[in-house]
Ligand binder design. Structure first.
Ligand SMILES: Cc1cc2nc3c(=O)[nH]c(=O)nc-3n(C[C@H](O)[C@H](O)[C@H](O)COP(=O)(O)OP(=O)(O)OC[C@H]3O[C@@H](n4cnc5c(N)ncnc54)[C@H](O)[C@@H]3O)c2cc1C
Length: 357
């Protein structure tokens, strides 16, 4: 769906390497960590088990949303006003940075939250009031497609193309990045990968889905879920000007500039099955997505792609950003909303690893 075929690939790690810091995982978050290391002048080696953005980072809905995984008023309840404000501001700044770094790949077209019930409408009212009280841009929304909130600063991207661009830019700036190089030993000395090794002063693990597999000490907090999507051929019969998330964020869709629809969600309706490391799409969830596509959105265009990927969820919605083992830092567990938040968290993990304030 997102693959424009424009990727020459990166070599696998052969033998040993040395750097100030080693990044494990080259999705959007890992690449933000690499960028942060380069900005501070540190030398960096990055490893991915598969391809750059081969996980959720290159297979997601492409929404670029400010804030945390929960609505702003609940972030305020959870973290307190000052921390919630700070986090929201930092995600907005990351959005600006993304638009600046890859202007042709980030569309600042806003996003829409659509309410599915009177209860959710009331929740939108609370979210609106909390955001406005703290001076953030948000507008009440009401049109033929429903009522809810419009977030003018949000955006959309092709997440795979963006990650590939970031990786190419990082290599041009001196980062040594490797694909097909799974990290299998993580310690204060660095990272082992097959018969090779990276000696580094610190390790930053930037893995969202399956994080608890790589760092089992996080298993009590991080749980991997499968999220599923589908996409269509161009659908001129509908017009969706900006990314939409509906039904408490469980269902989401966007229309690309070429008219194709990308739609995901319904995980909560099959929750028992979707807490899994498996990334194959399933018939029940795909059927439910198809019903939204046909019955709710009125799309008649044929379905061209169906896929799934893993994302890391944390019960209290506070992502992991910490030193998990001596000199091994981790960032992950974005609870389904990691395109912007993940970059913010991975930059934090990198600054902690490099002792940069
Ligand atoms: C279907 C779907 C739709 C989504 N939609 C959105 C959305 O619209 N907006 C949004 O903000 N978020 C969305 N999310 C969540 C978002 O995709 C993730 O939070 C985000 O991609 C996390 O990026 P990441 O770089 O932290 O981790 P990942 O994407 O998990 O990337 C981690 C990388 O680490 C590599 N790796 C794993 N283990 C190892 C190892 N041992 N050694 C080396 N490398 C390793 C993997 O190969 C992978 O490339 C969605 C998720 C899914 C699954």
């Amino acid at each position: 769906m997102w693959d424009d075929g424009d990727w020459a690939g990166l070599p696998a790690l052969e033998g040993d390497a040395e750097a100030d810091v080693c990044v494990v995982g080259l999705g959007g978050s890992g690449l933000a960590a690499v960028d942060e290391a380069l900005r501070t002048g540190a030398s960096v080696v990055g490893l991915d088990a598969g391809l750059v953005a081969g996980g959720a980072a290159g297979a997601n809905g492409g929404f670029l949303l400010a804030g945390a995984a929960d609505a702003y008023h609940r972030t305020v309840d959870r973290l307190g006003g000052a921390a919630a404000r700070d986090l929201y501001r930092r995600t907005l700044a990351e959005l600006d940075r993304m638009a600046e770094a890859t202007p042709d790949l980030v569309r600042r077209i806003g996003s829409l939250r659509l309410a599915s019930s009177p209860e959710e409408e009331a929740d939108c009212d609370e979210q609106l009031a909390a955001l406005r009280a703290d001076g953030f841009d948000v507008e009440p929304y009401g049109d033929a497609d429903g009522v809810g909130l419009l977030f003018p600063a949000d955006g959309a991207t092709n997440p795979l193309a963006r990650a590939r661009r970031l990786a190419s830019d990082a290599v041009a700036r001196g980062a040594r990045l490797f694909e097909h190089s799974p990290a299998d030993r993580l310690s204060a000395d660095g990272v082992g990968s097959g018969r090779g090794a990276v000696r580094a002063g610190a390790v930053v693990v930037a893995v969202d889905g399956r994080l608890e597999r790589l760092l089992p000490e996080l298993a009590p907090r991080v749980r991997t879920a499968r999220l599923q999507m589908l996409a269509t051929a161009p659908a001129p019969e509908v017009s969706v000007p900006r990314p939409v998330y509906a039904r408490w964020g469980y269902d989401y869709w966007q229309q690309l500039p070429d008219g194709r629809i990308a739609l995901g969600g319904c995980r909560d309706r099959f929750a028992d099955d979707e807490w899994t490391l498996d990334t194959r799409p399933t018939e029940p969830v795909q059927h439910a997505l198809e019903r939204i596509l046909r019955d709710h959105l009125g799309v008649t265009a044929p379905i061209t792609h169906r896929w799934a990927a893993s994302a890391g969820f944390v019960r209290d919605l506070s992502p992991v950003v910490e030193e998990v083992r001596p000199r091994v830092f981790a960032a992950g567990g974005y609870s389904g909303t990691g395109n912007v938040l993940g970059a913010v968290c991975a930059r934090d993990a990198m600054r902690a690893a490099l002792h940069v304030s």
